[in-house]
Structure formats: structure tokens, C-alpha cells
Design a protein around this ligand. Structure first.
Ligand SMILES: NC(=O)c1ccc[n+]([C@@H]2O[C@H](COP(=O)([O-])OP(=O)(O)OC[C@H]3O[C@@H](n4cnc5c(N)ncnc54)[C@H](O)[C@@H]3O)[C@@H](O)[C@H]2O)c1
Length: 271
């Protein structure tokens, strides 16, 4: 494994809830590669305490911020800049939540207030993080911003309901802001479309085990783990990917381009 890919780089990592979180794994890998960062999560998630242990392990601080609240993001950036002593090279948006999914509402019975909350938390917060970064001018030239998506943005997964629409919006925001930030500061913006992963957000989706196992059987490389996703994020924060922007990058063991696998064919042969 390469070393010090992120030496001298600083940034912000959102979304580390517990040791299964993609953001948690990312924090450890960024540290391993010499990067420095501030951790942040919604105040309610911080009360669970685990993130403070991660902060200790990474010699950093946690700053509470609800990613849907512009003033919270402003405060986060100001305090993080003071702590890190520099503008940011990278931002990780690793945030998702749907009240409709949490409360088991079907796609034909959405509570629209909750749907707005899903879009705000899971997608518009990505725009907010970038708009505030632009207005406060806290991104360094050639910085890198990454959000996390899922293939339900392109294909139907019935139990993903309003999160599918949120992910489509998230990917669109990556293109829109990628263009803008590229022109302004050579900052790149991408989303990673990750395999189903056993985290709090992932396993909260109805039928998660079935589509996790299905994806495992379909993908030639199997499902990509949270650890592997963290490696990919590190590569996108590094200088090795400076010309990659406005992309939705599938990190899924080949799932997105596989029609059928022998394993799936076997399961259907005697029907
Ligand atoms: N787990 C999967 O199967 C999977 C697959 C593809 C993409 N993703 C995406 O990866 C990202 C990270 O999720 P994860 O799987 O690591 O799960 P996770 O539950 O560990 O992380 C989700 C995080 O979002 C945070 N969050 C929720 N509301 C917030 C708010 N208002 N402000 C700030 N933070 C808030 C939570 O506190 C939590 O830390 C999400 O965008 C998710 O949709 C997950």
C-alpha cells in the first residue's frame, strides 16, 4: 500500500456514527495516509459518544453540525479552519437519512414533509456544504469533494423509496457544483456509488439482506466493503485523481455492468 498519499492535506469528514460507518473507515485511512481532518456529525449522533473515541484515535476534534443548517456549516468551517490552521483540501459528505424509510412508509404513501427532510439531509446538504465553502472561500485550489451514492439513483430498488430520488438529486448536485467549483478553483466534485454495506443507514433499508446477498452473487468481485470504499475515497482525495470530476463512480465489484452471473443462473435453473 502506498504511504503518505495525503501528506499535508487537511479537510472535513462528516458522517462517522460508529465503527461500521463508511466515514469511520475513511477517517482511519486518511490518517494512515498522513491527512489531517476534523470530524463532524449531527449533534444528536454525537450524543451516542462513539465518534469521540474515533477523534481521540485520530488526534482530532469533533464539531457538531446539522448538515441541513447553513449556520451550523458556517460555524463548522470557521472552527475547523482554526483547528487545522489552513483551508481545506478535501470534504467528505457521508450523510443519509429518510424518515419515510425509518417509519416504513411505501413509495405510494410518502409523507411529503418527511420526503423533504430526506432530500434535505441526504442531498441538499451536499449543496449547502459546497455553497458555504464557496462563499467562505475555504477550499484550496485543486481540492476534492466526495459524496456517497447508491445505484438506486439509476435503477429501481422498491424499498429504497424516497432515498432513490435523494440520490438522483445528490448525483445531479455533484455535476452542477463540479462544473462551478472546477471553473472557480479547480476543485473537483464526485459521488461514489457504493455496494450495499452493513452500516446503520444501509441495514435500515427494507429487504437489505436480500439485496446485499443478491449483489454479492451478481458482482464478479463480490460486494465492495466499507474499507475498500474508504481506500477509494483516499484515492479521490489524493493528487492522483486531479482530473476526475463531475462523475458518479461505481464502486461495486462490477455489479452495475453485470447482467447475470452463474451463481444467479444456478438459483433459477429449476424453477
Ligand atoms: N450502507 C450502504 O449500503 C450504502 C450504500 C451506498 C451509499 N451509502 C451512503 O453512504 C453514506 C454514509 O452512510 P453509511 O452507510 O456509512 O451509514 P451511517 O449510518 O454510518 O452514516 C450515515 C450518517 O449520516 C449522519 N447524519 C444523518 N443526518 C444528519 C444531519 N442532519 N447532519 C449531519 N449528519 C447527519 C448520521 O449521523 C450518520 O453518521 C450515506 O450517504 C449513505 O446513503 C450507503
Amino acid at each position: 500500500m502506498s504511504e503518505n498519499l495525503l501528506k499535508g492535506k487537511v479537510g472535513i469528514i462528516t458522517g462517522a456514527l460508529d465503527e461500521n460507518s463508511i466515514a469511520w473507515k475513511t477517517a482511519l485511512k486518511v490518517k494512515e495516509q498522513g491527512g489531517k481532518f476534523v470530524l463532524t456529525n449531527a449533534p444528536i449522533a454525537m450524543r451516542m459518544g462513539a465518534i469521540k473515541e474515533l477523534a481521540e484515535e485520530c488526534n482530532t476534534i469533533v464539531i457538531g453540525a446539522d448538515a441541513t443548517v447553513v449556520e451550523d456549516i458556517e460555524k463548522l468551517y470557521a472552527e475547523a479552519k482554526e483547528f487545522l490552521g489552513a483551508d481545506f483540501d478535501f470534504l467528505l459528505h457521508s450523510i443519509g437519512m429518510s424518515p419515510n424509510i425509518r417509519k416504513g412508509r411505501a413509495y405510494g404513501d410518502l409523507n411529503y414533509d418527511w420526503a423533504m427532510k430526506s432530500y434535505d439531509v441526504s442531498a441538499i446538504s451536499f449543496h449547502k456544504m459546497m455553497q458555504v465553502a464557496e462563499k467562505m472561500d475555504v477550499m484550496k485550489d485543486w481540492g476534492s469533494i466526495v459524496g456517497l451514492s447508491y445505484i438506486a439513483a439509476q435503477r429501481i430498488f422498491p424499498f429504497y423509496t424516497d432515498m432513490a430520488d435523494a440520490k438522483a438529486l445528490l448525483e445531479s448536485i455533484a455535476r452542477g457544483y463540479g462544473y462551478r467549483f472546477g471553473k472557480l478553483k479547480k476543485v473537483r466534485v464526485n459521488t461514489i456509488s457504493q455496494s450495499p454495506t452493513k452500516t446503520t443507514a444501509g441495514t435500515g433499508i427494507g429487504g437489505f439482506d436480500s439485496f446485499y446477498n443478491f449483489a454479492e452473487a451478481l458482482s464478479p468481485l463480490g460486494n465492495a466493503s466499507a474499507d475498500a470504499c474508504a481506500d477509494y475515497i483516499v484515492s479521490l482525495f489524493s493528487d492522483l485523481t486531479r482530473m476526475v470530476t463531475m462523475q458518479n463512480l461505481f464502486h461495486d465489484g462490477g455489479y452495475s455492468f453485470t447482467g447475470i452471473s452463474e451463481e444467479i443462473m444456478d438459483k433459477f435453473k429449476d424453477l
